[in-house]
Design a protein around this ligand. Sequence first.
Ligand SMILES: [Ca+2]
Length: 369
Amino acid sequence: MNIRLSLSLAAIFALSAGCAPHEPPGGTVVRPTATRPAPARPVLRVAGGNAGGNYSASRVSGDYAAYPGLERFIDKMVTQHGFSRDYLYGLFSQAQRKQWTIDYMNQEKPTVAPKPGGWTRYRAKFLDDQHIGAGVSFWSRHAAALERASQQFGVSPEHILGIMGVETIYGANLGTHRIIDALTTLAFDYPRRAEYFESELESFLIMSRSQQQDPSRPKGSFAGAMGLGQFMPSSFLKYAVDFDGDGRKNLWNPEDAIGSIAHYFAEYGWRAGEPVVSPAIVVGNQVEGLKTGFDTRYSLATLASYGIRPKLDYPADEVSLLRLRATQGDDYYVGYPNFYVITRYNHSTYYAMAVHQLGQAIKQRYLGR
Ligand SMILES: [Ca+2]
């Protein structure tokens, strides 16, 4: 539970912390006439109507009665997106305020530098027999979809599997929180991130309408992440695909989740066939004076001048220098552009390395069956 919570938190904050996901090329709209400008956020400007479920009330009652912030939000959903006011009053009358979530979020500690041995402990939570075995089994069951996603988006199956393993153990750990409660609580009872979570709540209602789904039904993480790949609603709108061709984008459907994760990586610039990371060979101790992390940028020549070179012989204009704090000492790696792409899912070196190494372990066992 604690692992999931801290991970979810990291993921949510990472996805929203000043590094706004870029707009996918498909989001560009051709202006139909010279006098009618294209909307800035076309994906959100869909036809009116409500999402699924029969809700109706003349005002909000229950936990969220008389919340000015919610009233303003409802006004926005009515005027900008064409939802009916009675529907939203009814829907939010049954939303529940999650005190546990508020308490948990308020306990959040400031980020501290990774401690010695931290990587060894982090890695052990994901690189275990449960994760690897479930990954091999999932690959066997969904080999065709993984191959198709790999062909279409250029993303290797083992990295799609690495994400799903770390996020939910292939659906074994999807989260039990109603998304409507999670997002309503964080949007209106957690001021520090209210803007972000209100935007996610907006996306969630639009998502629910696009899928004709009752917004009170989906469950996921306490922060609103859903499905096998733990997509936030804004990521659903940007990156989810209908990969099994049934006409719906369903984050809980394995094939749709496979395609959606591959699409996410592709839109963030995954380079087909290129390496992700290489162990670094370090001579001397000049490395200790260098900044490390997934967002550092070095040329191979610069690293060489400090006595550092990747074990892998692969040409790259820019790489990152990664330090993993293992129990027996610090390990250094060189990260290629694909490593950075994995961190777009969760802005963390350890997260991306766990995804990569879990994927490699699954691949090794899968191919050796
Ligand atoms: Ca589908």
